[in-house]
Design a protein around this ligand. Structure first.
Ligand code: SAH
Length: 277
């Protein structure tokens, strides 16, 4: 992307941004209310307390409140003085942040997750433009089981190494914020702010559709399918190649529904039962 093109894009998003502010966070008529309430910002293995604090500040500024930190390099990172200082007035978001051990824990109950990556990946879920991924995410709010809002997660990687391929594969989509190709890596909190803005932008309400499967349901299905494929001798555990990665990619393109996951698990169960006979 040329520097001119980059400048043009920045101006466009800036004017969109200005037209939409101030956000009326108290108004129940704001179509993005569900999005604010049900979006989790997930930081995977952050190293620097200052970045965790700055990310809390960035997401609160954009109207969000839920921060989850996965396996931080410093155990009680949210209480570190540098984190508290960088959070500034977002100390409430920092204090209520959850610290969990794995990305799977952070995605429990999530229906749509976006992995943010500074570089492209060979494998992984389909890549979408940040705005398109955010719009898609909005379709999932209000889709949870039993009327609870469907949760959305924006997943950010470690400052030095980014997200692992395994973490990226756990997500429903992959997004890259267009940047200078020669230097495309944003600071963690800057990436949080930009995505928060894309996600907060109101979009038209999507028609109701059947409940989507949550991340933990989908992970359970992959485990079950893998067992069935091994039992069928279709997948060699000693030489798995990229079969499961390719299947993950295939299914993540389809936007699996709760019932569809049940069907696939039913198929896996019957394969295993038949082979055991
Ligand atoms: N050196 C790392 C970059 C880490 S920056 C790498 O090559 O992956 C920390 C995190 O900020 C990234 O893992 C990603 O979640 C987010 N981030 C930084 N720049 C980004 C960009 N241009 N688009 C999307 N996410 C970005």
């Amino acid at each position: 992307m040329s520097p001119d093109r980059l400048r043009g894009d920045t101006m466009t998003s800036l004017s969109t941004f200005c037209k939409r502010f101030p956000l009326d966070l108290n108004s129940s008529s704001n179509p993005s209310d569900d999005v604010f309430a049900s979006t989790r910002f997930v930081l995977v293995e952050p190293s620097h307390p200052g970045n965790v604090g700055a990310a809390a500040r960035a997401l609160k500024t954009m109207g969000f409140s839920r921060l989850i930190v996965v396996a931080p390099k410093i155990a009680f990172v949210t209480r570190e003085p540098e984190a508290v200082a960088m959070a500034s007035g977002a100390d409430d978001v920092l204090a209520s942040a959850q610290v969990v051990e794995t990305l799977a824990d952070a995605l429990n109950g999530v229906h749509w997750s976006i992995a943010l990556t500074a570089r492209s990946r060979e494998y992984g879920p389909p890549q979408m433009a940040p705005r398109a991924a955010a719009e898609k995410a909005c379709e999932f709010t209000g889709q949870g089981q039993g009327g609870s809002p469907g949760a959305i997660a924006l997943v950010f990687g470690n400052e030095r190494v980014g997200l692992s391929n395994e973490d990226v594969e756990r997500c429903s989509a992959l997004a890259h914020i267009p940047a200078n190709p020669a230097y495309s890596s944003l600071n963690l909190a800057q990436a949080v702010a930009l995505l928060g803005r894309a996600d907060a932008t109101p979009v038209t309400t999507a028609p109701a559709s059947p409940p989507s499967a949550s991340s933990d349901e989908i992970e359970g299905m992959y485990t079950h399918l893998e067992q069935a494929l091994v039992a069928l001798d279709f997948l060699d555990p000693a030489n798995p190649k990229k079969l499961m990665s390719r299947l993950r990619r295939l299914f993540s393109r389809s936007g699996l529904e709760h019932e569809e996951v049940n069907i696939l698990r039913g198929i896996a169960k019957h394969i295993l039962l038949k082979i055991k006979r």
